[in-house]
Design a protein around this ligand. Structure first.
Ligand code: NAP
Length: 318
């Protein structure tokens, strides 16, 4: 296990991701001091009530002063403003990273504003739940989940190794990837599934021939599993689609073509085509279970087990 250690970690944003990092970093003793900044006074006060940090700052520049690790944990769309605001207050040698679900846009938004004397390594832990805010966090969020780092060209190896060591201490497996590749992979594995879920839940609630009460009553037929994704934070997901527009549209184009082929198979009663696809897709789930990214249980393994919260059980994505 890596012996990586930071003296002062500043968290900008203290929602699900920020609070989970605070709890995990504290538990693992990876940082001495946790400085927290968030936009609203209410959320900051709640973070203090929960004891997530050691100091609480309404001013982000105060939070980052003297920090050797700064992690931006806000929605993707505000990262440029944050980079501009904190830039002049970063300590030489500090490491700046983030947890945003999109990487190309984060680089475009933040890199031009950060000074040369800091190291900037974008990151994305593929772990989350549909809950938001400082109460939603838990220390095990990152356990056994992947965290992708997308360093810029020329970033010294030892800096990447240091951040990798930090995420490993929090329980993650770390993969290094190019930002463009990340955005394509996540467009199909995360962004498109969320879009489909938002769409199907929206369609069901607009249907006139099926009552809303029936949608809820018979939801175990499949609909319920979409509602979990469709309950995800609207601000976060709006920003994901606006900031991963090209890759999301490309995957959506492919998806629409394949959907049209399925429509045709149903219309022409091409049972073989349907059966072939459904057989191929069934084996994908088996691979996900074998890779330890899901458990082999009915109900998608998300019924509440003893001693586990709903949040812990549904820690499967993003
Ligand atoms: P969240 O629970 O909604 O928390 C967002 C935090 O950002 C809140 O503390 C919010 O503060 C703060 N914030 C918003 N605008 C801000 C600003 N202009 N300046 C400073 N703070 C601001 O969100 P989250 O789920 O932790 O997601 C955070 C990031 O992680 C997103 O970029 C998302 O793409 C990424 N991510 C999310 C998941 C997931 O499943 N949720 C998984 C992996 C990565 P106030 O409450 O004070 O407004």
């Amino acid at each position: 296990m890596s012996d990586v250690h930071f003296k002062r970690m500043a968290l900008i944003g203290i929602g699900l991701l920020g609070s989970s990092i605070a709890l995990a970093a504290r538990r693992e003793g990876v940082v001495d001091h946790i400085a927290i900044h968030t936009r609203s006074a209410e959320t900051l006060a709640r973070a203090e009530e929960l004891g997530l940090g050691d100091s609480y700052h309404q001013d982000s520049t105060e939070a980052v002063t003297d920090a050797d690790l700064v992690i931006v944990c806000t929605p993707v769309g505000v990262c440029e403003v944050i980079a501009k605001t904190i830039a002049d207050h970063l300590k030489p040698g500090a490491m700046v990273t983030d947890v945003g679900s999109v990487k190309g846009s984060i680089i475009k938004q933040m890199a031009p504003h950060l000074p040369d004397h800091v190291s900037f390594i974008p990151g994305h832990p593929i772990a989350g739940t549909e809950d938001s805010g400082p109460d939603a966090g838990f220390a095990d969020l990152f356990g056994g989940r992947w965290c992708i780092l997308t360093p810029l060209e020329g970033e010294p190896e030892e800096n990447v190794a240091r951040l990798k060591g930090f995420w490993e201490r929090l329980g993650s497996n770390v993969e290094i990837m190019d930002a463009t590749h990340h955005d394509h992979v996540l467009a199909i594995t995360s962004h498109l599934p969320h879009l489909i879920a938002y769409n199907i839940v929206g369609t069901a609630s607009d249907l006139e021939m099926v009552r809303n009460s029936e949608v809820i009553k018979y939801s175990a037929g499949g609909f319920r599993d979409f509602t979990r994704l469709a309950a995800s934070d609207p601000t976060m997901w709006r920003d994901v689609f606006l900031h991963n527009k090209e890759a999301a549209l490309e995957m959506l184009g492919r998806f629409t073509e394949d959907l049209t082929a399925l429509q045709r198979a149903i219309r022409w009663e091409d049972g073989d085509a349907l059966f072939d696809l459904f057989s191929r897709t069934r084996s994908i789930r088996r691979s996900i279970i074998d890779a330890g990214q899901e458990i082999d249980a009915s109900d998608f393994g998300r019924h509440i087990g003893e001693g586990e919260s709903e949040a812990e059980k549904s820690n499967t994505r993003l």
